[in-house]
Design a protein around this ligand. Structure first.
Ligand SMILES: [Zn+2]
Length: 60
């Protein structure tokens, strides 16, 4: 049986950073695309948000 190393520095998946649980409600931190609607996150860039689906861009 292989010995499993215990990881002390657990880095949570970044996917979880998009959500924040507040009680029973799951709050999304990212902005949804206004054109594509809920479910399509805007990709965060340095100074803007873009939608990978429709190409919509929003300046910050
Ligand atoms: Zn879009």
């Amino acid at each position: 049986m292989a010995k499993k190393k215990e990881r002390k520095n657990k880095t949570p998946s970044k996917r979880y950073a998009l959500y924040e649980k507040k009680g029973d409600v799951l709050e999304r931190k990212n902005t949804f695309c206004p054109k594509c609607g809920a479910g399509y996150f805007m990709a965060r860039h340095k100074d803007r948000l873009t939608c990978g689906k429709c190409g919509y861009m929003e300046k910050n």
